[in-house]
Design a protein around this ligand. Sequence first.
Ligand code: FAD
Length: 459
Amino acid sequence: MEELQSAVVVVGAGLAGFVAALTAAEQGIEVLLCEKQDEVGGSTVMSGGSFCFTGTDLQAAQGIEDSPELLREDLIQVGQHRNDLRLVDRYVRDNLAAYHWLREHGIEFGQVQAASGQSVPRSHPSNPRRVIDLLHAAARQVPNLTVVTGVTADRLVQDHETGRVVAVRAHEGDQEFFLRAERGVVLTSGGFCQNKEMIAAFAPGKERALRLGGLGNYGDGLRMAWQLGAGLRDMPYVKGTFGNHPQAQSGHHTACMAVYKGAIAVNKQGRRFVDESLDYKLLGDACLEQEDALGFQIFDEAVMRQSVPGYPMFDFHRRITEGRLITAPSLEELAGKIGIDPGRLKKTVESYNEMVREGLDDPLGRKHLTHRFGSLATLEEPPFYAYPSTSAIIATYAGITVDEDARVLDIFGDSIPGLYAAGEVMGGFHGAAYMTGTSLGKATVFGRIAGRGAARAIA
Ligand SMILES: Cc1cc2nc3c(=O)[nH]c(=O)nc-3n(C[C@H](O)[C@H](O)[C@H](O)COP(=O)(O)OP(=O)(O)OC[C@H]3O[C@@H](n4cnc5c(N)ncnc54)[C@H](O)[C@@H]3O)c2cc1C
């Protein structure tokens, strides 16, 4: 094939790509979704599957009181006021509609949990592979939507006179061709966690972190837009996420976050090194500063009882089955098994327990389980557990500047006509840190916006 013609071309078939392509196709126009890997799904199918939504029927059924105002406040606080408020406001406005859109496409969510950066539970767990399977099946039912795999987009083509993006240059093996887009191109090509050079350039010091995201995520879309003058946001905040096992591999494991249910984090010296209630990207930074970039989440049976089967972050029993959670009847024996001085670990846990029991101020500043949610509890009920944890870059959460309508903006803030971006390839929404579920949430919210916008845009 030398040239394919459609109204909208979407680059990258992860969550944002499927949402954008389906939304555009719902307008009755021809849409082409191209994926460079042989399989669709990207980072999305490897993810923990948590979506951040506010005001859902599921929250109401669990008696959770949340509000758009509180979501906004949390997003900005977690993002340390570095977020682009236009994007935050759009997410707050559109996230409930995005939730309903997913439900209409057959996606189901489990019990809502409180996770990183949330002052009330708003993490809606899903099975991410099933999410993609359902959307892929929906795409197959739409005659005006074509999904191609094994096709890599490598350049954007602009009209010489207008500067409008009118096509994508792509290749399949050695064969090069053009995907013409009468109305617009949507970049949904994910992040760049697999690109060592980009990580070294934008996140120096993070090379010690593991890299566990989508196998096709080399920042292709970001670089294509960058070539046309797109601006970049949040690049200094590319970070690893705490809670990943040091032997974790892409696609097989997700972070275990016992700290958000009451565990403490200690280093190889048996000392706590961080306020464990912080966003897990900040925990990831603190972990990288420890010897061998290694920490251990230490907890007791009372925390173990809060394991949530099927919710990756809190499924502690699963870690036993995987042979990765170390257990012992006493703290001293546990310390021996993980190579920490037994007396030191015991002392650390005792002083933590005393602080909690007496209501003393924590020298590291911990007041809650996660963000502003949950009360601290002592760790004293045997058996005890240790989960070795390091920092892994699972998503880059930074990228191309877009406006609230998902139009790509150049470095001077002007939109690049015909070009949209959604999902992990876009920057500006998260700011300095990250609330669980907002990456899948963002892919859905802005995927819909980008799909609608590109479908409407007339050259
Ligand atoms: C282990 C793990 C756990 C996570 N847990 C969560 C969670 O619980 N909640 C949450 O909100 N977020 C989570 N994330 C982050 C989240 O999964 C991603 O940010 C999100 O899925 C990104 O969706 P996307 O559609 O933008 O990109 P992706 O799903 O990565 O899709 C991008 C697609 O574009 C393709 N592509 C790239 N370049 C090209 C090209 N040149 N041409 C054609 N195709 C191309 C890629 O191959 C890929 O298939 C997690 C990530 C990981 C890895």
